[in-house]
Ligand binder design. Structure first.
Ligand SMILES: [Zn+2]
Length: 315
């Protein structure tokens, strides 16, 4: 893990920020859970017609990706990782049975493979791909081809979110999708204002929007991500070297959120994968030091995926 290139920490400011963040996190969780509950009937109705799957980068500027795609928070199945990477076999292991089940019931299936870029500033693109747009596009075009071979009837789209305009560039879309025009709407309200990184938190779990409602604050790592520790290291590097975040006045927040699924085996598998990643993160000397002196804060929660009801486990 790289050194964090920041000025000397103001521990009183860090403590004050954490107290406020801890309180606000609980408040926004209650608000997001209530919104989710209120939208549940509409969401179930939409899901019965169309299953939406989103692969997206952990980048905190992609936080509101569901909104950008015209989806309600919680409506889609989202896999979030460094660069939005997911191998074909892993995709099928996580989503295959859901796709087949949806299609059996007559629902359409849309898969959104979303990369991101920063037009006009090549250092503020996707850190997980070293800002190499050609490599990003190649990766997702290949993934789309592999997925199309297996899931002929699914609408599979490759988009790039431009974090200058917060509009999508259509890299490779499936014109058969009748909802394409309605879907990829972007986030025009952030255009111009939010070009740079500003994240200070990393969320690990499967109910991101049950805890995070703001843009450009928390990185997002899914519970089944096989590279949790490596992706966390990239997030730290971004915070230390390519971000306007001021870590001398706020702590890095590591929010570990164990998902509770209807199927217990899925919950155990997710917990095992998260614990493995977190143990690897914790074995790093710099992380140990930051946790010990308060520059990094760890909180653990558990969230029921069906209701978004969460509870504190440790923190
Ligand atoms: Zn990225």
């Amino acid at each position: 893990m790289s050194d964090l290139n920041q000025s000397a920490p103001d521990m009183a400011a860090i403590e004050k920020f954490w107290k406020a963040e801890d309180k606000e996190m609980g408040e926004r969780h209650r608000r997001m859970t209530a919104d989710y509950s209120a939208a549940k009937v509409l969401m179930e109705e939409r899901r019965s017609r169309r299953l939406s799957i989103v692969l997206t980068c952990m980048d905190e500027r992609c936080a509101l990706i569901e909104d950008a795609l015209g989806l309600l928070p919680g409506e889609a199945l989202v896999h979030s990782s460094g660069g939005g990477r997911m191998e074909t076999e892993a995709f099928s292991a996580v989503f295959g049975s859901r796709i087949i089940g949806a299609q059996k019931k007559g629902a359409a299936v849309a898969v959104w493979l979303v990369t991101h870029e920063c037009v006009g500033d090549e250092n503020l693109g996707c850190a997980a791909f070293d800002n190499n747009i050609d490599a990003q596009v190649d990766y997702f075009i290949t993934l789309k081809k592999n997925l199309s071979d297996q899931y002929h009837d699914a609408f599979i789209h490759v988009l790039a979110l431009d974090s200058t305009t917060y509009a999508f560039r259509r890299v490779s879309v499936d014109e058969r999708d009748p909802e394409l025009a309605r879907s990829a709407v972007g986030l025009k309200e952030f255009a111009a204002a939010e070009k740079a990184h500003a994240g200070y938190g990393v969320y690990i779990g499967d109910a991101y929007r049950a805890w995070v409602d703001g843009h450009n604050k928390y990185f997002r790592l899914s519970a089944r991500n096989s590279e949790i520790a490596g992706n966390f290291a990239i997030a730290l590097k971004v915070m230390g070297h390519h971000s306007k975040v001021d870590l001398s006045k706020m702590p890095i927040v590591l929010h570990v959120d164990y998902p509770k699924y209807a199927n217990e085996d899925d919950s155990f598998a997710a917990k095992d994968n998260i614990d493995l990643g977190v143990a690897s993160i914790m074995s790093n000397d710099q992380v140990k030091e930051m946790l010990a002196d308060g520059r990094m804060r760890l909180m653990k929660t558990e969230t029921d995926i069906a209701s978004w009801q969460g509870k504190l486990v440790e923190g």
